[in-house]
Design a protein around this ligand. Structure first.
Ligand code: CMX
Length: 443
């Protein structure tokens, strides 16, 4: 058994009685109430998911296993010469809550290297799809294609005990994770770099090797590490995390579950917003028609977007009520590495102007930027200008959080998910809406 698996097993054994006790003795204790607004309005704020891997406070932002983003970056071991930890160290930490030693990290790095070869049939699937297919569709299809390899399915069919579900789930998640950066890089180079490919470098960690296979020199290896960690987890209610959790709750394996989660991430209100931010900013530059724009010009272009009924991409959030600390972390990177880059300056001007405009507009509950408002600028600076690809980068990172979560879901025996629906008439009855009022409203 690997050190990671052994550590995780101990944590699972310690945790199981806590969940069992809550279910046995306190199952009827209320965590909150559900309002009509929540039932119709996308279940905002309904407390009906449990995860210990990350927690999102509306005012403070995300904590991974109790640590803020700067604390996480500071605590985890880093490769020589890097400012950011290895993703492998972060995976150990997300799964177990323990900051790993260098030796423990090295073990995960070697394990992932041994599993990272992308099978040839996956490449065949990618190549069989039309070349103008969106990178997120290619990414999701590649993940789904590997479902045939699931250890979880094999062991399930052999009749494994429920208590053991987490073990083959972890095996599958590890194999899937190990391959994701190479799949992403293959899609990128097949579509945008004349179908030329770069073989993996056996000396490099997951993030470092991704930069290498993309063909982008340092410090892009650190960009990759930072980016994947920042995008990994945002508690369980967002579309990609919730979808992955929901699909896995039917005991679908991680290939089915992650592919579904990636499809949710591909929506413009969720992960695709990072691509939207860049395409919108470029249109916006065209509209302004000059590089010496003023804050008034930016303000007018923002109002044009809002007045035409569109959302300002990269701004607003369903939970957060302040600037997303993932935005801040990336902004700090930009201030250090690309302070004079014109696109960064424009994004900074939008940051200055947009919150006030959104407040004046009066609709968005949160006028502050989210993670997607800042991420494309960094990619663009390092030559990754094909913004259709940006959500794949988000997806590679997001896989870390959602796969850690479904491993724990199986460890704690979370059941198949099945909330209850009601009819509109039932809501009207609860609200005390009379038939006379309804008849009046219909006129
Ligand atoms: N620009 C304009 N209007 C906005 C807005 C924005 N950035 N954010 C919210 N609004 C509007 C909503 O469309 C909604 O309008 P209607 O009442 O007409 O339907 C109203 O404000 C209330 O919305 P909300 O409660 O503040 O926000 P939601 O929880 O419904 O939605 C989100 C959250 C992120 C989908 C929304 O803020 C949005 O569309 N933002 C732009 C897209 C974006 O950046 N998405 C990425 C989020 C992070 C991620 O998942 O990657």
């Amino acid at each position: 058994m690997s050190t990671l698996k052994e550590t995780l097993y101990k944590k699972i054994e310690q945790h199981r009685p806590r969940t069992t006790r809550l279910l046995k003795d306190y199952a009827d204790t209320k965590v909150g109430e559900v309002t009509i607004g929540q039932a119709i309005g996308g279940a905002r704020g309904v407390r009906c998911l449990v995860t210990d891997i990350s927690y999102l406070d509306p005012h403070e932002g995300i904590r991974f296993r109790g640590k803020t983003i700067p604390e996480t970056f500071a605590a985890l071991p880093k490769p020589a010469g890097s400012d950011y930890p290895t993703v492998e160290a972060f995976w150990f930490y997300l799964l177990t809550g323990d900051v790993p030693t260098k030796k423990q990290v090295d073990e995960v790095v070697e394990d992932w290297k041994a599993r990272r070869q992308v099978p040839h049939y996956v490449i065949d699937v990618l190549r069989a799809m039309p070349r103008d297919t969106h990178p997120m569709t290619l990414f999701s299809a590649a993940i789904l294609a590997m479902q045939r390899e699931s250890m979880f399915v094999k062991r399930y069919n052999e009749g494994m005990s429920k208590m053991d579900y987490w073990d083959p789930m972890l095996e599958d998640c590890t194999t899937l994770l190990a391959r994701l950066p190479s799949i992403g890089a293959y899609i990128y180079r097949m579509k945008y770099k004349a179908d030329t490919h770069i073989a993996p470098n056996p000396d490099l960690d997951w993030g470092g090797n991704f930069a290498h296979e993309m063909g982008i020199p340092a410090p892009y290896d650190d960009v990759a590490r930072m980016y994947f960690i920042l995008h990994s987890d945002h508690e369980s209610g967002n579309v990609s995390a919730h979808t992955t959790h929901l699909v896995a709750s039917a005991l679908s394996d991680c290939y089915y579950a992650l592919s579904a989660g990636i499809n949710g991430l591909a929506g413009p209100l969720h992960g695709l917003a990072n691509q939207e931010v860049l395409s919108w900013t470029m249109k916006f530059l065209d509209q302004l028609g000059k590089e010496d724009y003023t804050e008034e010009d930016v303000s007018k272009a923002l109002w044009d977007t809002l007045n035409s009924g569109q959302v300002v991409p990269g701004y607003g959030h369903a939970v957060l009520r302040k600037t997303d600390p993932r935005y801040t972390a990336q902004r700090e990177f930009c201030l250090k590495h690309l302070p004079d880059f014109p696109l960064f300056k424009l994004i900074s001007t939008i940051y200055k102007v947009a919150p006030g405009i959104l407040q004046e507009h009066g609709k968005a509950k949160n006028p502050w930027p989210n993670v997607d408002a800042q991420s494309g600028v960094i990619q663009w600076y390092y030559g990754l200008t094909e913004w259709d690809f940006y959500t794949v980068l988000f997806g590679i990172g997001r896989a870390l959080g959602v796969l850690a979560n479904i491993t724990w879901d199986r460890a704690l025996g979370y059941p198949i998910e099945r909330p209850k629906s009601v009819t509109t008439t039932m809501l009207e009855e609860v609200a005390g809406v009379t038939s006379a009022e309804l008849a009046g409203a219909a006129k």
